[in-house]
Write a protein that binds this ligand. Structure first.
Ligand code: ZN
Ligand code: ZN
Length: 422
């Protein structure tokens, strides 16, 4: 039964692939709200402007029609800490469109504080399949489903080399879904079934290619140099704006070529060799290899920034602490003197013609998921797996209590149909 349910759900997802243009039309919050798009002043950083709001309160600022907003949802390392989740970035556009880049472990909790419906953060682009870049896949895919998502989300990522298709995104997503068979089969028919499907889009890892082109948004990918073949970096271009994200990479010529003319360039840089010896506990040989060969050292990231000259350079992928930032800053400044942000989680950058501002998000941690713009479909009993008789036999009889509970909670009409039956 579980197998058949999974096959049925995949079929749903495949059917849905062709129907997404309609979803996009519904996904534009500005059109839905019908509100005036006059920009809220976002330039709190301007000199002498101390009275303007300096912090970003989620869901209080409409984007101007040509404005881009970038929010850091994960800026840390593969090892977990509360103050910095692993890699994840949200890009929001003035047309209402939203895109996630990487889904690193712990990042979806940061996404939640923005209180955006999961149906509107349903497009994720994965640079490579390290857990610190895709480890929150299930939190986004299944957690978002429980969090009111009504439609299958969409994910893009690189394929694997011909001799290693198991290094590709399709392989990863299919095995993730398979491994959650018990979870997904149990929720199907209890949650809106379509929300448990997923659309996977693989693209070549070994060349430049346009991987997404819808509603005036173009996303491109090109090879990143990171341990083995497979990883990529991305650009997003829309309405004259350009966002570039390295995911993980060593300095490389493709990034310098395709990273030019960008408003925002996010490039990874790793904590210094000494930091990873003294604070991370690594042996010197390991630290040198990981900090300066697997990843980009801060002075080399600065050199990349100098070569691509963004309106705002953002360095991420290091533990940005009181006792580390100064060394990172000095290393980057040894090779780069332009606009620079050292990323922490829940920073926000607004991009307009006038400039690029950087502020902090005010985060309410105790949030509930936002309602979907598509409503909330009732579950389809045909998709539901039921308890086997031997487990029904094990239920402690207390129907008088349960019936009263249905009544007190205002859902008495569902009581009869939901009594477990053998
Ligand atoms: Zn990596
Ligand atoms: Zn990484």
């Amino acid at each position: 039964m579980q197998q058949s349910s999974r096959v049925r759900r995949f079929a749903v997802a495949l059917v849905m692939i062709g129907a997404f243009s309609a979803a996009y039309a519904l996904g534009r919050s500005d059109e839905r709200s019908g509100r005036d798009l006059t920009p809220v002043p976002a330039f709190a950083q301007e000199a002498g402007d101390g009275l303007k709001r300096k912090t970003y309160y989620p869901n209080t600022e409409e984007l101007a029609p040509n404005e881009m907003r970038v929010i850091s949802l994960g800026t840390g390392m593969p090892n977990q800490r509360k103050s910095q989740a692993s890699a994840c970035w949200l890009v929001e556009l003035g047309n209402g469109d939203k895109f996630l880049f990487d889904l690193g472990t712990g990042s979806v909790a940061n996404l939640s504080v923005l209180e955006i419906p999961y149906d509107l953060v349903n497009k994720a682009f994965i640079g490579h399949l390290h857990s610190d870049h895709v480890g929150d896949f299930a939190a986004w895919f299944i957690g978002g489903w429980v969090g009111n998502r009504q439609r299958p989300p969409r994910i893009w990522g690189p394929d694997g080399p011909a001799d290693h298709p198991n290094w590709g995104t399709q392989y990863y997503v299919e095995r993730q879904v398979e491994s959650y068979a018990w979870d997904i089969d149990g929720r199907s028919g209890r949650l809106p079934t379509a929300g448990g499907g997923i659309e996977v889009n693989e693209f070549p890892h070994d060349r430049f290619s346009v991987v997404y082109e819808e509603d005036g948004v173009k996303i491109s990918a090109w090879p990143a140099v990171h341990i083995m073949a497979g990883p990529v970096s991305f650009s997003l271009e829309w309405n004259g704006r350009k966002f570039v994200f390295s995911s993980d990479t060593y300095p490389n010529q493709w990034f310098i070529e395709h990273g030019k003319n960008a408003d925002i360039v996010i490039h990874e840089t790793f904590g210094t060799i000494r930091q990873n010896i003294d604070l991370q506990g690594w042996a010197p040989e390991n630290s040198a290899m990981v900090s300066a060969r697997v990843h980009t050292p801060p002075a080399a990231a600065g050199k990349v920034f100098s070569m691509v000259e963004p309106r705002m350079a953002i360095a991420y992928h290091f533990f940005n602490d009181t006792d580390t930032w100064q060394e990172m800053y000095d290393e980057i400044r040894s090779t780069y003197s332009g606009p620079l942000s050292l990323a922490k989680d829940l920073m926000v950058w607004n991009v307009t013609d006038e400039g690029v501002t950087v502020r902090d998000v005010v985060a309410q941690e105790a949030v509930w998921p936002a309602v979907s713009p598509y409503g909330s479909a009732p579950p389809d009993a045909a998709d539901r797996e039921e308890l086997p008789p031997w487990l029904v036999d094990g239920i402690q009889p207390m129907e008088d209590i349960i019936k009263g509970y249905y009544e007190r909670q205002g859902v008495a009409e569902f009581y009869e149909q939901q009594i477990p039956r053998k």
